[in-house]
Design a protein around this ligand. Structure first.
Ligand code: GGG
Length: 355
């Protein structure tokens, strides 16, 4: 019997509510499957911790987390704590510290999910966005010069390394090769003459290793337009850290909303734990009211199980989410229902047990 040890950082706002639902689904599945067990250890990190201690997490957080099989993260951010502190000292510290250089975000329209685009069918929106997750625009290299003077200046440098680009682009090609799909590289070489020209060059180099894979390249502004006008043209997408963050919120908007958008921060070599999260933030306006939609957190459990080697359960969870959306009996208000957050996990488990 395998035992997966999961470190849980529920975090802020709606984080604890949605993560509680995800834990319930994961525990429930382990009881049905019987070939694996899960154990959870909760860590109190986040903005409340910051308000008490002046730090988002313990200084030795990475040491404390490094022996877990996975990290399950809720949401980060709270009014009163600067966003760059809450994100930078927790989520980004884990991504960088554990070399989680792949951020995998499915943009997939399920049957029954709301879509604001007209004339779209389910099969038109089915892409996987591979976002570079360890450097790029998020590298946080820069300076503040002449503070408090009329010449005050901020410098923010993007970091694009050959190593970093080759590995994320190759990862995208491997998915495309395995799944017989095309790869679209999204960059901005016409304006960012160093970083994105380099990105485009490396994409071209790596594409030569995969002659069987159809490739496309787009500028990020055009890509944003096509996400709305013709999402069917995208299958595997590979892009930089910031562009990936922005485009996957747009992806969420066309594929059911933020309540259905999941993300996996992967260290593919498994030298460190990978981290699974709903991509939404802490939504402080609805926190504690039982209104939050936990389906993104549950979908990120599907990603975790796939990473552990249980693709069968990953597929079953996504299909159960789809059944829930089609049946429309147990949905949270963002999806037009009147169910509470806590109602969703039992409904998903009931669907799983029906099969
Ligand atoms: N679910 C974690 C969370 O709160 N994410 C908010 C966020 O701003 N994420 C930025 C990013 O993924 O780069």
């Amino acid at each position: 019997m395998r035992n997966f040890k999961i470190a849980v950082i529920a975090g802020d706002g709606i984080g604890p509510e949605v993560i509680s639902s995800g834990k319930e689904v994961l525990s429930g599945i382990s009881k049905i499957d019987k070939t694996f067990e899960v154990s959870f250890e909760d860590f109190p990190y986040g903005c409340e911790y910051y308000k008490k201690t002046g730090r988002m997490a313990d200084d030795d957080m990475l040491d404390k987390l490094k022996n877990f099989d996975a990290i399950y993260l809720g949401a980060v951010g709270s009014p009163g704590v600067p966003d760059n502190v809450s994100l930078g000292e927790l989520l980004l510290k884990i991504r960088r510290g554990f070399d989680q250089y792949i951020n995998l975000r499915p943009v997939k329209l399920l049957e029954g999910a709301p879509c604001p685009l007209s004339g779209i069918k389910k099969s038109d929106i089915d892409m996987i966005v591979v976002r570079e997750n360890s450097e790029g625009e998020y590298a946080n290299v820069g300076a503040r010069l002449y503070p408090g003077t009329p010449h005050e200046t901020a410098l923010q440098t993007g970091v694009f390394s050959r190593h970093g680009l080759e590995r994320v682009i190759r990862y995208a090609f491997e998915i495309a090769k395995r799944e017989k799909k095309s790869v679209t590289s999204i960059s901005k070489g016409n304006a960012l003459g160093y970083s994105m020209v380099f990105w485009d060059e490396i994409f071209k180099e790596i594409s030569k290793e995969y002659p069987e894979v159809e490739t496309h390249t787009l500028l990020v502004d055009a890509a944003a337009m096509f996400f709305v006008k013709n999402p069917a043209r995208f299958q595997v997408v590979v892009t930089s850290n910031l562009f990936g963050d922005i485009l996957t919120d747009l992806g969420a908007a066309i594929a059911g909303g933020m309540g259905l958008a999941a993300g996996a921060n992967l260290n593919p070599e498994k030298n460190f734990p990978s981290m699974f999260e709903p991509i939404h933030g802490s939504a402080p306006d609805i926190a504690g009211k039982g209104l939050a939609n936990p389906l993104a957190a549950i979908w990120s459990v599907a990603q975790m199980l796939e990473f552990f080697g249980y693709k069968n359960w990953s597929d079953k969870i996504i299909s159960a989410i789809e059944t829930l959306l089609v049946e429309k009996k147990t949905l949270t208000p963002d999806l037009g229902g009147n169910a509470k957050t806590k109602d969703i996990a039992p409904a998903i488990l009931e669907i799983l047990k029906r099969r």
